[in-house]
Design a protein around this ligand. Sequence first.
Ligand SMILES: *Cc1c(COP(=O)(O)O)cnc(C)c1O
Length: 369
Amino acid sequence: MTRAVARIEVGAVERNCARLAVELGGESELCAVVKADGYGHGAEACAEAALAGGATRLAVATGAEAGRIGRRFPQVPLLTMGALTPEDLEDALAAGSEVAVWRDGFRDFLSARGRAQGRPVRVHVKHDSGMGRLGNPDPGEVLALARACAEDPQLDLAGVWTHFATADEPGSDFFDVQLERFTAVAAAIKAEFPGTIAHAANSAAVFRDRRSHFDMARCGIAVYGLDPFQGDPAERGLRPALSLRSYVADVKRFAAGESAGYGRTWRAPADTWVGVLPLGYGDGVRRGLSNDAEILIRGRRHPLVGTVSMDNVTVDLGPETEVEPGDEAVLIGEQGGETIRAEELARRLGTINYEVTCGISARVPRESA
Ligand SMILES: *Cc1c(COP(=O)(O)O)cnc(C)c1O
C-alpha cells in the first residue's frame, strides 16, 4: 500500500524510443527531451531508458536541469534549449551542455565565457521560423550569426534549429510555411559549415512529416508514450510509461442526501458507499476534476464525486460494493484490463497530456518499475 505513487515503466520509455528511432529511419538522431523532470516522470531514470532505447542525445530547458542531467550522463551530448541568465549559463556550461544563441549580445557573452573556461562553447543558432518566441526571425541575420560563431575560436557552431508552432494540428498549413523557411536557412548554413546539424522536429512533427526530421529530432511527449495529437498513443505504437496510483483509505455508508467534501458539491442521490483516497491537488490531482473524473478500483471505473481537496478525493462506489479499505486505486494507468489515460484527464480539464503529467507534484514519489 502506498499513499500515492507515480510508477514509471522504464521499459516502455525504452520501447517508445526504439519506435521513434524506426520512424526516424536511421538517418536522423533521436534527442530525448527530459525537461521538467522528464515531463513529471523522473528525468534521470527516463534519460537512462531513452539512451538504452536508441536516443543518442538529451535536451533540457534550464540551467539547473542541465546541471542534473549533465553530471549524470557526462558522455552524452546535452542541449539546454531555453534562455539563460548568466547564472543559468554557469550551471549549463559546468555540466558540459551545448546552448542556444540567437542574439549578438549573448554570443559575445558566450565568447567571453569560452575564453574564461579555456574551452570553446558549443552553440546552436536558433531561427524563429514562426513560433514567435525564442530565436531570430530574419534568415540573413541567422546566417550572419552562424558565421560569427564559426569564426570565433571561443565558440563551436554545433547546430542550427527551429521549433514548430502547429506540428500537432493536422490541418495546419503554417507547419509547411515554417518548414519551408527553416529548410532554406538550414541549407544555407550547412552549405558553408557542413559539420553543423540541423534540427526542428518535436514528437508531433516526427510522425507528421519526414521532411522535418533533418539531422536530429527533439522528442519529449512520445518518449513517455503519450500521444502528441491527444489521441490514443497505441495507434502510433506508443505505450504510456506512467501510472498514478493510490489506495482506498476508508469506505463508508452514505444515506441519500449526505454530502462529501468541501462546499457539499455532491450529495448522494440514493443510499450508496463512498471511498476516500488520500491524495488530492497537493499531489497534482487537479481541482478541476471535482465531480468530473473516473478512478479505477478492482478493475472498474468509479466516478470521482465531490470537490477535490488538497489531500483527499472521494469516489462513489455504488449501492453494493466489494471495495475494501486497502484496495489499490488508479487515477492514470491500467488496472484489470481497464485504462485511464492522461489524454482522458486532459480532455476533461481542457488541457493537454503534457500538463497532466508535469502537474504531478513533488510530493508524489516516482518509482521505476
Ligand atoms: C519541449 C520541446 C521539445 C519537445 O516537444 P514534444 O512535443 O514534447 O516532443 C522540442 N523542442 C523544444 C524547443 C521544446 O521546448
